[in-house]
Design a binder for this molecule. Structure first.
Ligand code: XMP
Length: 509
């Protein structure tokens, strides 16, 4: 495997993705991971990510265990990573006379494994304020920038490489070749990581973890819990029970879809609980979004617990935690600020004392989709757009009731149908309807109306951390608007949300 040490760059995850795309297993660890922690794995090389700090920063610039840099294993330092290589070896890093952000040209000056097979001039992406001004002993210059700065360095004896630019981003066209050269030529990795071998090893791992005990999984209708359940089912079959809590806040047809797809797999061991009435009762009159989330979270756990008790003695909870969920909490930046409390369906009920089985915790979302396909799950589940745990309750602003939930569900169905009919469903991260419970004046037939507003929200995104509003063709928007006003009783106006994230969020609540 290849380990990426995270120094806080925005692109750390992207580096790991690029390595995995080459069928090489890769994990991200915090920069503070010790050599002892790292070497226990079947390690072939280390990549040091970029980061916002300066190696000369006064308040403890992020560093790494010196044992990592003494030649035991090849290292590629990217941006901050290169500056750290230079600084740690006794070189000089200072504020660049001219900061470089964006496209740049570099000139390769000396043959090396890192640039093998590439032309001597390359377009790259730079983003740095500091630069290496004097190389440490034993290092040599591999490439320079157009203003004579250092673009790449190496210590051939210790197999240490540093690049000032970002090979992981799409704006460095030869980046994939440079990373391949490091991974295969320098580190001697082989492209052997594939989904079928992942399935085999995880199935074994789950079997030995669970033994003869019973496990339960909360299905949400979404991709992650579905794939986690399918994988656990392959491992422990009849020892796995699934519970789907129908809180009445799902998209159109969700319960039927879950019954159709999972009923076939789990049979009697799939429990679909109709808890619609109790959720609505608890939510009655509650307008504050955070309160709504808390109520739904608590209620969910109550229903889930009481259903689990009926199954018998359960020791394990299967959860579809993904890799990004995991590193978020251990990154150098620490847990990110809580903008919204995310109620994750399937979150561990604290007093149940269940041990967790999290078979997806080393995977990214698109890898989970590939895994789901390997396990035979249909695209109808695998290619669904994400949907928040609290469901339609956060898509009706203010208090929810049966009527306004039904309105937003109907509008959401129309948005989904039209987006699918236009063939753009899979290019869009999420497209949905939000009910704004204010009234505006309209005219229908010859009569005045005074009814509510639906906002249509559609965004493109890589990971939901940032998003842009989607440029949906005018005729598609026109059909959506027309159908919503004609088909959803009580709505006489449709607005399209043209805000990006940040500063707005994807959901309205
Ligand atoms: P925001 O609105 O924060 O959403 O830009 C980012 C992504 O997270 C989803 N989301 C949630 N998911 N529980 C969830 O499980 C929640 O409370 C929740 N709130 C937002 C949202 O749909 C988007 O994909």
């Amino acid at each position: 495997m290849i380990v990426v040490l995270d120094f806080g760059s925005q692109t750390t995850q992207l580096i790991a993705r690029r390595v995995r795309e080459k069928k090489v297993y890769c994990e991200i660890l915090p920069h503070s991971a010790s050599w002892a922690e790292i070497e226990g794995r079947s390690l072939k090389g280390i990549i040091l990510s970029g980061g916002p700090a300066s190696v000369n920063g006064r308040a403890g610039s992020p560093s790494c265990d010196p044992g990592i840099l003494d030649g035991r294993v090849p290292v590629l330092g990217i941006c901050y990573g290169m500056q750290l290589l230079a600084h740690a070896g006794g070189g000089r890093v200072s504020r660049a006379a001219k900061r470089e952000f964006g496209r740049a040209e570099i000139q390769i000056e000396r043959p090396s494994e890192l640039f093998r097979g590439l032309e001597s001039r390359l377009t790259v992406w730079m983003s740095h304020g500091d630069e290496v001004q004097a190389m440490p002993e034993g290092f040599q210059r591999l490439a320079g920038t157009s203003n004579a700065g250092l673009a790449a360095i190496s210590h051939p004896g210790k197999k240490l490489y540093g690049v000032q630019f970002h090979p992981e981003v799409a704006h460095t066209p030869k980046g994939p070749e440079i990373l391949s050269n490091f991974i295969f030529n320098v580190c001697g990795e082989s492209p052997s990581w594939k989904m079928s071998s992942f399935v085999e090893t995880e199935v074994e791992r789950i079997r030995s973890q669970v033994g003869k005990d019973t496990a339960v999984c909360a299905l949400s209708g979404g991709v992650d819990s579905a794939v986690a359940a399918a994988l656990a089912h392959r491992a422990i079959g009849g020892q796995l029970h699934c519970v789907f809590v129908d809180h009445g806040l799902q998209r159109h047809g969700e319960t039927e879809r879950v019954r159709k797809v999972f009923g076939g797999i789990f049979g009697e061991r799939l429990k679909i609980v109709n808890a619609r009435a109790r959720f609505l009762k608890k939510l009655k009159g509650v307008g504050d979004p955070e309160k709504k989330r808390k109520i739904i979270g608590t209620e969910f756990i109550r229903v889930f617990e009481s259903e689990s008790k009926k199954i018998g003695k359960i020791r394990y909870l299967v959860q579809g935690t993904l890799y990004p969920d995991l590193i978020e909490s251990q990154s150098v930046r620490g847990p990110s600020a809580v903008i919204k409390t995310h109620h994750n369906v399937g979150g561990l009920p604290k007093n149940m004392r269940l041990s967790l089985v999290e078979p997806l915790k080393s995977l990214f979302k698109d890898e989970v989709r590939l895994l789901g396909a390997e396990l035979g799950l249909p695209n109808e589940i695998l290619l669904r757009q994400p949907f928040p745990g609290p469901g339609l309750a956060v898509r009706v602003l203010g208090p929810v009731d049966e009527e306004n939930i039904a309105m937003v569900r109907e509008a959401d169905r129309i948005v989904e149908e039209e987006i699918r009919a236009a063939g753009i469903y899979e290019q869009i991260w999420q497209a949905f309807a939000v009910l704004i419970p204010v009234r505006t004046v309209g005219v229908m037939g010859d009569a005045r109306t005074y009814e509510q507003v639906i906002a249509v929200r559609a965004v493109t995104s890589q990971d939901a951390m940032t998003a842009d509003w989607a440029d949906i063709p005018r005729n598609v928007l026109a059909r959506i608007s027309n159908r919503i006003i004609n088909e959803v009783r009580g709505v006489n106006r449709v607005a399209y949300d043209i805000s990006s994230k940040p500063p707005s969020t994807i959901e309205w609540e």
